[in-house]
Design a protein around this ligand. Structure first.
Ligand SMILES: Cc1cc2nc3c(=O)[nH]c(=O)nc-3n(C[C@H](O)[C@H](O)[C@H](O)COP(=O)(O)O)c2cc1C
Length: 184
């Protein structure tokens, strides 16, 4: 059942898609994706996005993503503004399988549910990873738009909608016209 905010998805990516990034840094968000929502997200910096991303509406998109480790030598622990620690392992525990191309759903915007004041780009890669990979790099493409970002009265409603986004993305990315873009 389509939701009222869903935008029809064409049979193949249409301009301005695909939008493809270079490898960009995975930074630390607020950490709520994993801890509160059970939906871990990799945050990347808006400044590292290609120019085309500036013209995209705020909302939820899908595409493919590939991770790469960074040879930093050692791990680092950084402290979030809320005092919690984040372990940066630069993706050194990623296996070859985990560094393949995976489907991704991503959110670009201000996360009205959490009232962020800066734009974020967050990727939820559709694979179960064995570890976090803060400090690794990720290259991805955006192949289409699912819906605008919305405000929610409950966390559960946000989680439910993200799970629908995941279903829509998974189904669409299996189509040959979209799957053709899984080379990054
Ligand atoms: C596919 C997807 C859809 C999302 N949709 C919304 C949305 O409609 N509204 C919203 O406020 N946040 C949305 N979010 C963002 C979550 O609120 C976000 O992942 C959460 O704030 C965790 O952020 P953090 O990792 O910076 O803590 C979405 C995230 C993903 C991955």
């Amino acid at each position: 059942m389509p939701r009222s905010a869903d935008v029809p998805i064409p049979d193949s990516p249409q301009s301005p898609y695909p939008v493809t990034t270079e490898f960009c840094d995975i930074v630390c968000g607020f950490g709520r994706g994993s801890s509160e929502l059970g939906i871990p997200t990799a945050n990347v910096l808006f400044e590292q996005m290609p120019k085309a991303v500036e013209s995209l509406p705020f909302g939820v998109f899908f595409g493919f993503a590939r991770l790469k480790e960074v040879n930093e030598g050692s791990t680092k622990t950084l402290r979030r503004p809320d005092g919690s620690n984040v372990n940066f392992n630069f993706g050194q525990s990623l296996s070859d399988e985990e560094m393949q191309v995976w489907p991704v759903v991503l959110s670009i915007g201000l996360n009205p549910f959490y009232q962020n004041d800066t734009k974020t780009v967050e990727l939820h890669i559709l694979h179960k990873f064995g570890h976090d990979f803060y400090g690794a790099k990720v290259k991805f493409n955006i192949l289409g738009y699912i819906r605008p970002e919305l405000d929610y009265t409950t966390k559960e409603a946000l989680i439910q909608d993200i799970n629908i986004d995941i279903k829509i993305a998974t189904k669409t990315l299996l189509k040959p016209e979209y799957r053709a873009y899984n080379k990054l």
